[in-house]
Design a protein. Structure first.
Length: 91
């Protein structure tokens, strides 16, 4: 059987369980969270759905978060167009 989880499910169940495990194991009250793509989206879901997790994250670094840009306002997106060449140079 193949089971596919959604961003929502992995955000509210898996990410929160991992955060709690790391904090419990280390004895720290906060942690640094570095995520790429889907991992960033999952933390965004967790922090927006379960706000008490905001206090457990000292710093979150999102590298290429997998979110839809279509919800951005056109004006804001147009401000980024002059910087599009940066992504080509960095490849």
């Amino acid at each position: 059987m193949h089971f596919i989880s959604s961003f929502h499910e992995t955000g509210i169940y898996d990410v929160t369980a991992n955060i709690d495990y790391v904090l419990e194991t280390t004895g720290f009250s906060q942690l640094h969270y570095i995520a790429y793509s889907m991992g960033a989206t999952q933390l965004i879901v967790a922090m927006s759905e379960i706000p008490e997790y905001n206090g457990k994250i000292r710093l979150a670094v999102f590298i290429a978060p997998g979110v839809f840009a279509q919800t951005l306002a056109r004006g804001f997106a147009n401000l980024l167009v002059p910087f599009a060449w940066v992504s080509e140079v960095c490849r």
